[in-house]
Write a protein that binds this ligand. Structure first.
Ligand code: FMN
Length: 148
């Protein structure tokens, strides 16, 4: 498999996980942000696409939402896999997964049911220390299994 990691981060939590996964799989990690030109990112050469986002109000980040909406893929030969960092708010993890799944389905793309999530430090003391060393070990393990 030829993997790639595409992620969006605001405070750096999701980036930590993204870089860890990219290192584990020896692949590229591409950060998307408001200013980046999405159209320059081509998924043509990749058959396994890790999508990483932080959770914002039970949704993927605004950047990731925009990226997923503008995706223009001609074939369905790709497997997508999602990882998120969140603060543990209610069902916002599941809501985020469902939203990503729905957006990819609209483009005839498949999202693996098994997604990875870990806490990310948030405002104040909430989830301080996350993602921690164990979170990163678990992320690597998950990515390895997905890529097998
Ligand atoms: C505006 C805003 C909205 C958020 N909404 C949620 C949410 O709905 N559920 C949740 O569990 N965490 C929520 N969080 C917490 C972040 O998802 C969490 O801190 C994440 O790790 C941030 O990732 P980053 O450092 O990569 O930006 C929110 C944070 C912000 C700033």
């Amino acid at each position: 498999m030829n993997p790639v990691v595409i992620y969006s981060t605001k405070g750096g939590n999701t980036e930590k996980v993204a870089l860890e996964i990219a290192q584990e799989l020896n692949c590229k990690a591409i950060k998307i942000s408001g200013e980046s030109e999405f159209s320059t990112i081509s998924l043509k050469d990749f058959d396994l696409v890790f999508i990483g986002t932080w959770v914002r109000g039970g949704e993927p980040s605004p950047d990731m939402l925009r990226f997923l909406k503008q995706l223009n893929l001609e074939d369905g030969n790709r497997q997508f896999a999602l990882f998120i960092t969140w603060a543990g708010g209610g069902k916002s993890d599941v809501l985020t997964f469902n939203r990503v799944k729905q957006l990819l389905k609209a483009k005839n793309q498949r999202l693996l049911d098994d997604y990875y999530k870990c806490f990310g430090k948030s405002l104040g003391l909430a989830r301080r220390g996350h993602p921690n060393a164990q979170d990163l070990v678990d992320a690597r393990k998950w990515a390895r299994l997905v890529a097998k």
